[in-house]
Design a protein around this ligand. Structure first.
Ligand SMILES: [Zn+2]
Length: 240
């Protein structure tokens, strides 16, 4: 059977979202794209995780969304994933969850401000939140329009160029992405943790402001910038 590796990575990513507690019931999904083959692998709709196998992962066309391989219907959120893959070349995999803390920020329609270095290591700015969707967008092609409001949000001047690894859909929940399915899942985990930390931080001190630009840029660039030295391979070793 074709696309085995892609399906296996998406199967693992979906299971990992459940194992890590980010997804309960069927409240989430993960997908990955193979741009050379022009296909996306995604979780089937409404299937219990306990019985999910890699053979159940559905392969759809990146261009049309038509099912190419699989006996089950693709996740109902597939059009959201497809819009994002078409809009952003850098996305190799996407997750969507209703993880509690990230969803709390999404429901509050608030971006997650960078309140410390954990966040600064993760993102070059705040984790953005979309605008609320309009009535015609909700009543129309809702799932595709969800992708479009995320794309619109990422293209705002304040976010363009910083390529945030996640965004919150207002009144709904988080989407994360990465080069691989494993990276997209890791970003979902980190997002939930920084969302939780930010909630606790603001509970302790509601007046606290985002960390300064100097500290934020220091942490972001030591991990992601051209002269990055975080990790094992480069000098000097950084303290965590
Ligand atoms: Zn959702």
């Amino acid at each position: 059977m074709a696309y085995e590796e892609l399906k296996e990575s998406v199967f693992e990513a979906n299971l990992q979202l459940v194992r890590s507690g980010l997804v309960i019931l069927t409240w989430g999904n993960a997908s990955a794209v193979d741009r050379d083959a022009g296909v996306v692998a995604i979780k089937p709709s409404g299937v219990e995780y306990a019985t999910l196998t890699s053979d159940d992962i559905v392969i759809v066309s990146l261009a049309s969304g038509a099912i190419i391989e699989g006996d089950l219907c693709a996740s109902s959120d597939t059009p959201t994933h497809l819009v994002l893959y078409r809009e952003f070349e850098f996305m190799g995999a996407i997750t969507h969850t209703h993880s509690t803390c990230a969803t709390a920020w999404a429901q509050a329609c608030r971006e997650i401000p960078c309140l410390g270095t954990t966040h600064a290591d993760f993102a070059a700015g705040a984790v953005p939140v979309t605008r609320l969707m309009r009535r015609e967008e909700i009543e129309g092609d809702y799932e595709a329009n969800t992708g479009k409001v995320v794309a619109e949000c990422l293209r705002l001047p304040e976010h363009e160029g910083s390529a945030p690894p996640a965004a919150l859909v207002a009144g709904h929940g988080p989407f994360t992405w990465g080069a691989t399915a494993a990276e997209a899942v890791e970003n979902a985990l980190i997002l939930e943790e920084i969302a939780r930390m930010a909630l606790h931080t603001l509970a302790v001190n509601p007046e606290i402001k985002p960390i300064g630009k100097v500290l934020h840029e220091k942490h972001w660039s030591r991990k992601h910038g051209p002269g990055s030295y975080y990790g094992q391979s480069k000098e000097p070793p950084a303290s965590d």
